[in-house]
Design a protein around this ligand. Structure first.
Ligand code: G1P
Length: 293
């Protein structure tokens, strides 16, 4: 029987220099889209996809993330006294259960591949997911769930989220060499991290969602530094695909690059407009503002 994907790794060690001064004392993963921090969207997506254990690879200055996923008794008490029961319920329901969350520090910033490797002992010998909170995805079915369904349909293997990007932007992404392709799921024959448009084998990019076999950890352990002089996950993945089935899934949904100011603003606009409580009023505001442009 196919082993279930139960654990997700959240690399949250990055500095977030593109959002200074906002991220001087606050982790970039705590930046809110409307009223929810990016990292909470990532955890909610994992949970809605069936993930049971949450492993955060953190770094210095990231303790707020731990506080965010903990009980806050004083706050709960105040909300109770004020009769704000639904707010309180939302807060407590959004917490991972006790013992289901682990934090480990990436002591040196050596890249995404190294961050994932740091979770090795927590993941153990089973398939797992990786979610990059910077990539926020608005969709009916959670992106990770779509990927897990693809994995089941294929009878196992590795699945990464994929999306066509502008050719001139290939140097921002891991890029896929596509093999057999049914328009939705594509066989990955090779991967290259941040190639120039001239070097890129396609414009099909890796988006920050991965469902991986545990063999990746041994490959990461021996992985030499690549693009940006960092240990790249993409480089280890391109070795993994030599001995394990590997697919890219063009997921249903809209992806926002929240590691970038414009992408982050775009996400706030789209998520606010999609909200039942404020969407209608916000639309009026957007209309007024755009008319005055
Ligand atoms: C990382 C990965 C890259 C992937 C991207 C998706 O890059 O290394 O392969 O395409 O996430 O957002 P980063 O954005 O951390 O530089």
């Amino acid at each position: 029987m196919l082993q279930k994907v139960r654990k997700a790794v959240f690399p949250v060690g990055g500095l977030g220099t593109r959002f200074l001064p906002a991220t001087k004392a606050m982790p970039k993963e705590m930046l809110p889209v409307v009223d929810k921090p990016l990292i909470q969207y990532a955890v909610d997506e994992a949970r809605a996809s069936g993930i049971e254990e949450f492993i955060f690879v953190t770094g210095r200055g990231k303790v707020l993330i731990e506080d965010h996923f903990d009980r806050s008794y004083e706050l709960e008490q105040v909300l109770m006294e004020r009769g704000k029961h639904s707010v309180l319920e939302n807060l407590t329901n959004s917490l991972p259960s006790t013992g289901a969350v682990a934090y480990t520090r990436q002591q040196e910033p050596q890249g995404l591949g190294h961050a994932v490797w740091c979770a090795k002992r927590f993941v153990g010998n089973e398939p797992f997911a990786v979610i990059l909170a910077d990539d926020l995805i608005l969709s009916d079915t959670p992106c990770l769930k779509q990927m897990m369904e693809t994995r089941e349909q294929k009878g196992g293997g590795n699945v990464i989220a994929a999306m066509e990007v502008a050719h001139e932007h290939t140097s921002r992404y891991g890029i896929i060499s596509p093999g057999e392709d049914d328009g939705k799921t594509v066989e990955v024959t090779h991967l290259v991290e941040k190639p120039t448009p001239e070097e890129a084998p396609s414009n099909l990019a890796v988006i920050g969602r991965y469902v991986l076999e545990p063999e990746i950890f041994d490959l990461l352990e021996n992985q030499s530094r690549g693009a940006g002089n960092e240990i790249q996950l993409t480089d280890a993945l391109s070795k993994l695909l030599n001995n394990s089935p590997f697919y890219g899934l063009r997921f249903d949904g809209t992806r926002f690059d929240c590691g970038d100011k414009l992408g982050f603003l775009h996400a706030n606009l789209a998520f606010a407009l999609a909200r039942e409580d404020i969407g209608k009023d916000f639309k009026e505001i957007v209309r007024d503002v755009s008319q005055s442009l």
